[in-house]
Write a protein that binds this ligand. Structure first.
Ligand code: 5AD
Length: 362
């Protein structure tokens, strides 16, 4: 065995790794991350969460940024092994929202204080670039004080550029995995890790605020796979990072795998906060679907964004990415956030490195 792998960490060593990560934004060795993420000591977990929360408060105070989420189509041409929206799931009843329904959803979002609208869908060819650009510009025209975030999957650089020129500010595209061998475990051969990463770099080059992320504790994932994603994100420097536990969906090839660990997800959120102190990190619906307490705990572990579903009620249950997806009311989320002494912030909530290029466009 390699001597380095043989290194024995005491609990004290692991506590000091938390401080090192906070101080330097990284750790010296991959094995340090492994020791930190694998440690099952509850006091160490609390120490990690508290440090991540302290860094969040240094940068953002007590604010939690609110986003209005509009899930506007559950059609998808892809066949990702984990996702209930996969093309191969013939049991799912599909829906598409019209532009009017999307604008009505924005209105509901605006009324509760959302100043960012996140438009998310499966990879649905029905919405041409012209249609998307039309929707984005209508929203920007009606709500000039709001940001628009798109989450439509993989597109050409030309399409991303057109959406940006139409007024889109941000784009969410989780890498899922930046390591081809693990990426292939989650996706059919028609999809490629390389293409995914190219999309992310294209988005960044165009000037979007970009969100990456991945599922924690997904089938076949090792701690080393998680460390690979942390390394990728440290290098990519996304403005947003979405992290949630894997949750199985009964009509997918991964139906028999157990749900991912919420605790490990919280530790990964904390590690990302210490590595990317300015990142916007949502307390995800996947965490809320394990239990609403888990989502609340995410704020105490370094998350600072909440997405409230403002889509029409008739379509919500059809956007079934995984089983038992939480549909928590704004009021309940607000109460839970307030119970931690935190407050919802009514503003666009841009990343600090919101570039000149972005502001110049407006
Ligand atoms: N469990 C948890 N998260 C999932 N996603 C898709 N399917 C699942 C699942 N079964 C996540 C993916 C995707 C995001 C929209 O939802 O990471 O990028």
């Amino acid at each position: 065995m390699n001597k380095r792998d043989d290194f024995e960490y005491t609990l004290k060593d692991i506590f000091s790794l938390v401080l090192q990560l906070r101080e330097n934004g990284t750790l010296e060795h991959g094995r340090d991350f492994k020791a930190l993420l694998s440690c099952e000591n509850p006091e160490l977990h609390s120490f990690l969460y508290a440090n991540a929360r302290a860094v969040t408060e240094d940068r953002f105070g007590k604010k939690v940024y609110l986003r209005g989420l509009i899930e506007f189509s559950n059609f998808c041409k892809n066949d990702c092994f984990y996702c209930g929206l996969r093309a191969g799931n013939k049991k799912l009843e599909r829906f598409r929202l019209t532009e009017t329904e999307i604008l009505d959803s924005c209105e509901s979002g605006y009324a509760i204080g959302a100043r960012t609208f996140v438009l998310q869908s499966g990879e649905d060819g029905f919405y041409t670039d012209d249609i998307i650009c039309g929707i984005v510009s209508s929203i920007k025209k009606k709500y000039p004080d709001c940001a628009v975030t798109l989450s439509l999957g993989e597109k050409s650089k030309q399409s991303y550029l057109r959406f940006f020129e139409a007024g889109a500010d941000r784009y969410l595209l989780r890498q899922e995995s930046s390591y081809p061998e693990y990426y292939m475990r989650l996706h059919p051969a028609a999809m490629s890790c390389e293409k995914r990463l190219q999309c992310l770099w294209d988005l960044k080059e165009i000037g979007y605020q970009v969100g990456t992320g991945f599922m924690v504790d997904s089938p076949y994932q090792t701690v080393q796979d998680i460390i690979t994603e942390l390394d990728f994100m440290k290098q990519f420097e996304p403005q947003m990072v979405g992290l949630g536990p894997f949750i199985s969906h009964c009509d997918t090839p991964f139906s028999t795998f157990p749900d991912g660990s919420a605790d490990l997800t919280l530790r990964v959120i904390s590690a990302v906060r210490l590595m990317l102190p300015d990142a916007l990190i949502p307390a995800t619906t996947a965490l809320g679907s394990i239990s609403e307490d888990c989502r609340t705990s995410a704020f105490a572990s370094g998350a600072n964004v909440v997405m409230v579903n403002v889509s029409p009620v008739f379509s919500r249950e059809k956007y079934a990415i995984y089983d038992n997806k939480a549909d928590t009311s704004f009021e309940e989320l607000r109460r839970n956030i307030a119970s931690l002494g935190l407050e919802l912030e009514i503003s666009r909530g841009d990343h600090k490195n919101f570039t000149q290029l972005n502001s110049a466009r407006k």
